[in-house]
Design a protein around this ligand. Structure first.
Ligand code: TRP
Length: 333
């Protein structure tokens, strides 16, 4: 039986963090053996709101690839592709633009939230508003069956499925109808206790953080705001220090004991945080070791991305060929 084809991706606007790990990277590593996995570094999409500072995007392409390799994505099993180097995706986008009406784009809840955050005011770039259409091109270019994503990406998948159905209805069965696979792990809270870990909120622990950076961030972490003295009974539920321990440490018995003592006011924040620093450091250690293998060898990373992108381009150009054929615009070639 043919392996299922998977497409996932990230915007390269900064290094990846623990939230990316639990939300998707871990799952990608697990899936790499049993599926045919393409991973897209979505630099064109990242430019839709960073077009004034393209270096913010370009300088992170290699960094994101290095993060992928560091967490154990194996270039012999997964294909890492760079979106901007596959113009076939842009060409598909142009055809799909006709299949979506303007009002539909304005309804996308994820895009609506982003528009508010990004302070575009009245000047929303058309490219930004239309990026979900370009994301449909990403997904269909690879004829992906499954797209593992976080919940915020569901509107993109919904739109992609609408485009696929409409295309197939108008021009004949051509595109694979993809399915979203929603990550089972809940969103990782930030070090400040806010709902979401994110680089722009300044509450992230990066996969590339050194021991010192890790220590500084953990020792400043938000815990239970109502607890002033170590002898006050503390809250474990919703306390990010314990959420991280649950996710990144396998010392289950010690954690259970610590929680009991915390709850009873028999342990200070500092001791719990010290323990977390060591446990996170252990978690990051193999990631750092793999990073070292590639870090100083730009040629090796570039070769992996180049070969991946070439392979991706091949697949995308086959899709584009079929798309043009179905539309009857394959006049000359
Ligand atoms: N929109 C995704 C994000 O912000 C990134 C992305 C671009 C993507 N193209 C994709 C995700 C295709 C899945 C499939 O994280």
């Amino acid at each position: 039986m043919a392996k299922k084809r998977i497409l996932t991706g990230d915007r390269p606007t900064g290094p990846l963090h623990l939230g990316h790990y639990v939300g998707s990277l871990e799952e990608r590593v697990k899936l790499q053996k049993e599926t045919e996995e393409f991973i897209l570094i979505a630099d064109v999409q990242a430019l839709t709101d960073n077009f004034k500072t393209p270096e913010k995007v370009s300088s992170n392409v290699r960094a994101v690839a290095l993060d992928y390799l560091s967490v154990g994505l194996d270039p012999r099993l997964v294909t890492i592709v760079v979106q901007s180097q596959i113009p076939e995706i842009a060409e598909l986008t142009v055809f799909y633009l006709n299949l979506v009406h303007f009002g539909r784009l304005l309804q996308n809840p994820t895009v609506k939230t982003e528009i508010k955050q990004k302070n575009f005011g009245k000047e929303i770039p058309v490219g930004f508003l239309a990026y979900p259409i370009s994301q449909a091109a990403d997904i269909t270019a690879f004829q992906a069956n499954l797209v593992p994503v976080g919940e915020d990406q569901l509107p993109m998948l919904e739109l992609t499925r609408e485009i696929v159905r409409k295309f197939n209805r108008l021009y004949g069965e051509t595109l694979v109808l993809p399915k979203a696979v929603i990550s089972k792990s809940p969103r990782l809270v930030g070090t400040d206790g806010k709902e979401k870990m994110s680089k722009s909120l300044g509450n992230a622990i990066f996969l590339c953080d050194s021991y010192d950076e890790l220590e500084r961030k953990v020792m400043h972490m938000y815990t239970d705001p109502n607890r002033i003295h170590p002898t006050d009974p503390g809250r474990v539920e919703g306390n990010p220090v314990f959420s991280y321990l649950d996710l990144f440490s396998d010392k289950k018995d010690e954690i259970k004991e610590l929680k009991k003592r915390y709850h009873a006011g028999k342990v200070g924040d500092v001791e719990v945080k010290r323990f977390l620093v060591e446990e996170l450091d252990k978690f990051l250690d193999p990631i750092r070791r793999r990073r070292k293998e590639f870090e100083n060898d730009h040629k090796k990373i570039d070769k992996i991305i180049r070969e991946g992108t070439e392979k991706g381009k091949q697949v995308a150009s086959e899709t584009l060929y079929e798309v043009k054929k179905s539309m009857g615009i394959n006049y000359l070639f």
